[in-house]
Ligand binder design. Structure first.
Ligand code: TRP
Length: 449
């Protein structure tokens, strides 16, 4: 990967391009965060707003990141000056770096939970209790001070071993097989969920909008969720796009990434909500939701233990491909711009991540009462990174791509080589220039007031 970086390699195949971006996009954001955000924000109305954001803001910002990356071919902190603009624009890249660290601070805590649940399912503990026991189990686990911390540290170490050895190639191959498998297993769970007694109530909650539940906070959360889930706004996609072939069809790749990502999120909603209503749980259960609902489903399925093992293994891999993409932003900055060795860069980022993640992990137990703006440290990191920093980066990217980089060049660079015009490119350019920036700004102002 290191040699590749310096010679600005390209993805060999169209599938390689898509697999890497989808691998980054599909992660805990779809399976863990999306259902609980939907549950906490009233269900179907949130889903609708979310899809609106994916179409009107998500796809255009992905396309803008892709275009800048494909044309500039450098890391997020250098690309702006390389394209000939003042270093001030590089602040988007630096903001992205900070966001990457904050994201890792809470993301790896949940990745650690997937490891705990993977081991609990291997030892058969997960299928040994009913729903209320799953509730108690989650509390006991997360409130314990050392156990979740241990898994988080284990996860961070695995992440950095993969990265320091530069074996992303290997993990890419593995995930090319495991990601479709994740998709399949979700479909199996969906089918099962739809036969549960609470299916009708669950589906109505998920698909039948009640607009009275919408507040400005809901809209801000939906926007944050869209940025988070699509991996957009932080320079990950920009960095990946710097490896794109000149012929890559940006609009098509952006749309397909968004489509697949949203599909996984919707499938996971179809798995979760029928089960929530069947077992009499609260859809607004928060970060614990998926970790209580899924084991309860395995409990009722023949061969549930094995399905549980497989599922948590897949979730672990999905979260690893996502954290690798987040980490790569920090590592490529330290190695390419600061000229540190890859090993040293990994140590620095690893230690910083462990420090943040430890406080986030302990904020479920011993540090429960330590709050910032009324949020526990975990929720604070999540809110700050997802609902504020990612949209701010997205806003700046759109302003840069649409106005500073100028509309005509954006349009030309977004078109695949040899293609002279495309209605879709025109639509996306229009969204980047006129729709996304004011929309993000307005939602911010209302959401934070
Ligand atoms: N999108 C990933 C998920 O849904 C998380 C992620 C990976 C991410 N890379 C990112 C989020 C970059 C924001 C920015 O789990």
């Amino acid at each position: 990967m290191k040699e590749e970086k310096t010679s600005r390699a390209q993805f060999a195949t169209k599938i390689g391009v898509l697999a890497a971006t989808v691998g980054s996009a599909v992660g805990l954001g779809n399976i863990w965060r999306f259902p609980y955000e939907t549950g906490a924000n009233g269900g179907a109305a949130f889903l609708l707003i979310y899809i609106g954001f994916v179409l009107l803001i998500g796809i255009p910002v992905i396309a803008a990141e892709f275009t800048i990356g494909k044309t500039g071919r450098a890391t997020a902190t250098r690309i702006f000056s390389k394209l000939g603009y003042s270093r001030r624009w590089s602040s988007i890249g630096y903001l992205g770096l900070l966001t990457a660290l904050l994201l890792m601070g809470f993301y790896t805590v949940v990745s650690g939970w997937t490891l705990e649940y993977l081991f609990a399912s291997v030892s058969g503990q997960l299928t040994a209790g009913d729903t209320s026991q799953m509730h108690i189990r989650f509390d006991e686990f997360t409130q314990n001070s050392w156990r979740p911390l241990m898994w988080t540290v284990v996860f961070i170490i695995i992440n950095y071993i993969v990265i320091s050895r530069g074996v992303e190639k290997g993990i890419e191959k593995v995930s090319n097989i495991l990601m479709p498998l994740l998709f399949l297993i979700l479909i199996v769970f969906c089918i099962y969920s739809l036969t549960m007694p609470g299916a009708a109530a669950g589906l109505s909650f998920f698909f039948h909008p009640d607009f009275s539940k919408i507040t400005s906070g809901t809209v801000l959360s939906a926007m944050g969720q869209a940025f988070f889930s699509l991996s957009v706004g932080m320079g990950v996609l920009l960095t990946y796009a710097s490896y794109f072939d000149r012929k890559t069809n940006i609009v098509r790749t952006a749309s397909l990434t968004a489509l697949l990502d949203t599909l996984v999120a919707v499938l996971s909603g179809i798995v979760i909500f029928p089960a929530v209503f069947t077992f009499g749980m609260e859809p607004s259960g928060g970060p614990r939701l998926v970790f209580e609902v899924l084991p309860s489903i395995f409990n009722h399925l023949p061969g549930g233990t094995y399905l549980g093992i497989l599922f948590f293994l897949l979730l672990f891999v999905a979260s690893l491909t996502s954290t690798i993409s987040i980490t790569e932003v920090m590592i490529s900055y330290l190695t390419e711009e600061r000229h540190l060795s890859r090993g040293r860069a990994c140590w620095i980022c690893g230690v910083a991540t462990i420090a943040l993640a430890s406080v986030a992990s302990l904020s479920f137990g011993p540090l429960k009462n330590f709050t910032l703006f009324g949020l526990t440290f975990f929720n604070f990191l999540d809110f700050l990174a997802s609902n504020i920093m990612l949209p701010v980066c997205g806003l700046l990217l759109c302003i840069f791509a649409g106005w500073v980089y100028a509309g005509r060049r954006l349009r030309m660079d977004m078109l695949p080589e040899g293609v002279r015009s495309s209605v879709w490119v025109d639509v996306i350019v229009m969204l980047v220039k006129y729709v996304a920036p004011p929309a993000i700004l307005i939602i911010f102002i209302y959401g934070l007031l």
